[in-house]
Design a protein around this ligand. Structure first.
Ligand SMILES: *[C@@H]1O[C@H](CO)[C@@H](O)[C@H](O)[C@H]1NC(C)=O
Ligand SMILES: *[C@@H]1O[C@H](CO)[C@@H](O)[C@H](O)[C@H]1NC(C)=O
Length: 230
């Protein structure tokens, strides 16, 4: 009987060790406009991190970023920004413009935690990432490289990361390892766990910071993408 009990205890301990709890995050799609009470409601449900898709290189979009960051900072303990690159604009100028725009709105760098560079198909306003051949892929990598160099003028390296998924990253960059010194926010399967992660682009599991596991989920009075944080 005593043996049985010890065995039961051991199993319990093992399962506690392996069932990790992750912090929950929400990701606000660019077009969503949650209200102040939605951020409060999300905090009540345990979502203490928000990622705001807010920065587009056409300037006025940063207005939304300011509005959303203000609410987020009132209710969440961490607020990140994510942004789409604009292939039609010079990579250096678009980053300078975006930071100028934020500064113009009084959004200093301390108002957000991390900046995620979205590298994903299907998000370009005009045209798409060209992915026909190796020369397309190497010019995509060069573009991303110029963007990174420019952001590094504004933010420390540990505040810059990539948001992407394995198949898009490989199609756009040909599996480049250019992001290797930066953290990763990957889009994975629908499980609230990191078990589906397979290394790509040189990223290993230790550089995975977040995983998006659901899109367009109605929660509180709005629709959000949902993520977990390591
Ligand atoms: C690669 O594809 C692009 C179209 O995306 C085309 O303009 C270019 O000529 C191609 N380059 C080579 C070397 O085939
Ligand atoms: C990655 O993104 C593409 C579209 O951009 C999608 O077709 C694919 O299902 C995504 N994969 C994952 C694992 O999210």
């Amino acid at each position: 009987m005593r043996k049985l009990f010890i065995c039961f205890l051991a199993i319990l301990l093992i399962s506690i060790t392996f069932s990790r709890c992750f912090d929950l995050a929400f990701d606000i799609p660019y077009n969503a406009k949650p209200l102040n009470e939605d951020y409060a409601c999300l905090a009540d449900k345990g979502y203490y991190t928000g990622v705001i898709e807010g920065l587009k290189s056409n300037g006025n979009c940063a207005l939304d970023a300011e509005y959303k960051l203000n609410f987020c900072n009132q209710h969440q303990s961490r607020c990140d920004l994510s942004f789409d690159l604009d292939l039609d604009k010079d990579p250096v100028k678009q980053i300078d413009d975006a930071f100028d725009c934020l500064k113009g709105l009084n959004v200093q760098n301390y108002k957000f935690n991390k900046l995620w560079i979205i590298v994903e198909l299907g998000r370009q306003a005009n045209g798409e990432w060209p992915i026909s051949n190796d020369s397309d892929r190497s010019s995509n990598v060069e573009f991303i490289s110029n963007v990174l160099d420019t952001i590094a003028n504004y933010l420390e390296v540990n505040r810059i990361g990539f948001e992407t998924n394995e198949s898009d990253w490989n199609r756009i960059t040909g599996g480049s390892t250019i992001g290797i010194g930066f953290d990763l926010y990957y889009h994975g399967n629908y499980q609230q766990s990191f078990e589906d992660f397979t290394p790509f682009g040189g990223w290993t599991f230790s550089q995975v910071e977040m995983k998006k596991y659901a899109t367009s989920k109605d929660i509180c009075q709005e629709s959000f993408d949902l993520a977990i944080i390591q």
